[in-house]
Design a protein around this ligand. Structure first.
Ligand code: PAF
Length: 277
């Protein structure tokens, strides 16, 4: 696996692959890799495709009171995992490479960014859209792979790609889960043993609510039951909502693809999850 930290050698490597006729697939990450990231690499691997994984802890998507300095960083282990998973190139730009002095551009995707995590974390999705737009221009991938766990992020990126005519196929990869159902997340390491045991209430509450809504129970009752179950497990609920899977507008028509989304805090750790309805 090649490991590249500057744009000029990245472009050389990509040009060499281009002259061989290779397709390029991008897996953008912020490191702290776990099996969920490796599932993205696995999904991206195809005959004739070169897989590029980026590792960049993007300061623009962290709010002033969020955990940028605390965000887990383990580059050596991340690179080993990528190499073992069959990644061809690790792209590790520095903050100066990504945001050189004078950087003044912001990519803002309105409406789909407005609610849920967008409301709870002002500026977060602008930071995500800006860095992903830059990664697309740096790597020029034919396809890019994102986890469905960050479902609103995936919807924001799909909207940005459609609106700005990026020639890249966006592939959503199903959420990877622990045996008890908890979604894999780089933030799970912050949970102590007791919090970890109680955190399973999140996927369970979403599963119960999704089944209730699918069989025709009143949506508000199902959402309220989920909120009650989460509070009972010790979560502070941020939101539990049913939304259109493409626009993320709440109260979608039953004939539209729908997504049940939740965010809740267990102690100091904010967890998100979502399921299809
Ligand atoms: O999902 C993530 O890890 C990040 O939000 C992403 C897409 C790599 C952008 O920094």
């Amino acid at each position: 696996m090649l490991t590249i930290r500057e744009l000029a050698p990245l472009r050389e490597a990509l040009a060499a692959w281009g002259s061989e006729g290779a397709r390029v697939a991008l897996v953008p990450t912020m490191g702290a890799h776990h099996a969920g990231h490796m599932a993205l690499v696995e999904a991206a691997r195809r005959p004739g495709t070169k897989v590029v994984a980026s590792i960049f802890v993007n300061p623009k998507q962290f709010g002033a009171n969020e955990d940028l300095s605390r965000y887990p960083r383990k580059e050596m282990a991340d690179l080993r995992m990528l190499s073992e998973a069959g990644c061809d190139l690790a792209w590790l730009p520095s903050a100066e490479e990504m945001y050189p002095a004078g950087f003044a551009t912001n990519v803002s995707v309105s409406r789909v960014s407005d609610r849920f995590d967008g409301a709870a974390r002002p500026g977060h999705f602008d930071g995500v859209a800006t860095v992903v737009a830059k990664l697309f221009n740096q790597v020029r991938p034919d396809a890019a792979y994102f986890g469905e766990k960050d479902f609103q992020q995936l919807a924001v990126i799909r909207r940005m790609v459609a609106d700005l005519d990026f020639a890249v196929e966006i592939v959503g990869v199903p959420t990877q889960r622990e045996d008890d159902g908890l979604a894999l997340s780089s933030r799970n390491v912050y949970l102590d043993d007791d919090e970890r045991a109680r955190a399973v209430a999140l996927p369970r509450a979403l599963g119960v609510a999704a089944r209730a809504i699918a069989r025709g129970d009143a949506v508000e009752d199902a959402l309220n039951d989920a909120r009650t179950a989460l509070a009972g497990a010790g979560f502070t609920v941020d939101y539990v909502a049913l939304a259109d899977a493409e626009t993320l507008i709440p109260d979608p028509a039953p004939d539209r693809p729908r997504r049940l989304l939740a965010a809740a805090r267990m102690g100091a750790t904010r967890l998100i999850d979502n399921v299809a309805v």
